[in-house]
Ligand binder design. Structure first.
Ligand code: SF4
Length: 331
């Protein structure tokens, strides 16, 4: 029925860090597809590999890390082996990233206008002064900055946190990317501004037709913003389903735990539930399910074999022996 085209197809992605103390497997066999005009939320605890997935897609994994296995295809082009010049043009022109903290991503010594000038001239080939200024004003208006001509003349330190984040979104969208990666884009902002920025992102993605990968540890944010959610744990995607389906029918014990810890609207909780135990040490290779030490439903097979990823209902994938009948993916 669906003629949706995939924009990004990741298969078996593994990213590892080669430290003196040993090898840390930050991503361990990620499979993920993002379609045209789709917003996908990546959720999970700190250190589960959410941001590393984004850095791997953009080939910005910091030293001493590198992609050691798998494939990342953007519109059919293999990114893991793309030459660096072409990769640079994919970053920015095709895939843009919005970072958690705009203060560190904006250049403090240049005005907002000159930073936008640079991106627009580089990616849209516009150099003539009047035409460039018109484009900069349009970019700032798109992110609902009320006085674009004044803001153009300002330096980042003269802007509030919310304004800086809007400028960063304007920069990211100035090259009309097909894919926007937003890594915790509202964490540094207060709650009212968070809501405004998320609404804005959602509206802009709908307007421009981009796909979006939204990385967050906040389930409320993905519930509001995303079509689909991928739940990550210890460098793996453990569950992946449409937003409503995931909230209504979480199948992986870790997802169920996350949702229990998440207070529903109108629900009064004296304290948040937490999932007991800690995430496994990613430097020690484990054979089975990484959640085994924290899982109330663990069986013998769970510590011995990695669970297969199975589709339990249309578009709803889970990696858990409860659903794969103990079928291991590692043979
Ligand atoms: Fe729990 Fe086993 Fe499922 Fe892992 S595979 S989540 S340990 S039941």
């Amino acid at each position: 029925m669906s003629a949706r085209k995939p924009v990004l197809e990741i298969r078996g992605l593994r990213t590892q860090f080669f430290l003196r103390e040993g090898i840390v497997t930050a991503l361990d066999g990620i499979d993920l597809t993002i379609y045209e005009n789709e917003s996908v939320g990546i959720v999970g605890e700190t250190g589960c590999g959410k941001s590393m997935t984004a850095y791997s897609i953009l080939r910005l994994v910091p030293h001493p890390g590198r992609i050691t296995a798998g494939s990342i295809k953007y519109k059919g082009i293999e990114l893991t082996t793309l030459d660096l010049d072409r990769m640079r043009s994919v970053r920015g022109t095709e895939i843009s990233m919005i970072f958690q903290d705009a203060s560190t991503a904006l250049d403090p010594v240049f005005t907002v206008g000159s930073q936008l000038d640079e991106v627009i001239s580089l990616h849209q080939g516009i150099y003539e002064k009047v035409a460039l200024e018109k484009k900069v004003v349009e970019a700032l208006e798109l992110v609902r900055i009320a006085a674009p001509k004044e803001v153009m003349e300002m330096y980042p330190h003269e802007l509030s946190g919310g304004m800086k984040q809007r400028v960063m979104i304007a920069l990211a969208l100035s090259c009309s990317p097909s894919m926007l990666i937003a890594d915790e884009p509202t964490t540094a902002l207060d709650v009212t501004i968070q809501g405004q920025i998320l609404k804005l992102l959602k509206a802009l993605v709908a307007k421009t037709g981009s796909s979006m990968m939204l990385i967050t540890h906040n389930l409320g944010i993905v519930a509001e913003t995303c079509d689909r959610i991928c739940v990550m744990y210890a460098g793996r995607i453990v569950e992946d389903a449409e937003t409503f389906e995931l909230f209504e029918h979480p199948r992986h014990p870790y997802t169920a735990g996350l949702l229990t810890a998440f207070p529903k609207l109108g629900e009064k909780k004296d304290e948040l539930s937490v999932i007991k135990g800690t995430v496994p040490d990613l430097m020690n290779p484990f054979k089975g399910c990484p959640f085994v030490d924290r899982c109330g439903k663990a069986m013998d097979v769970c510590s011995k074999h990695r669970p297969s990823r199975v589709e339990i209902s249309r578009g709803h994938y889970v990696s858990c022996h409860l659903w794969s009948g103990g079928e291991p993916s590692d043979g």
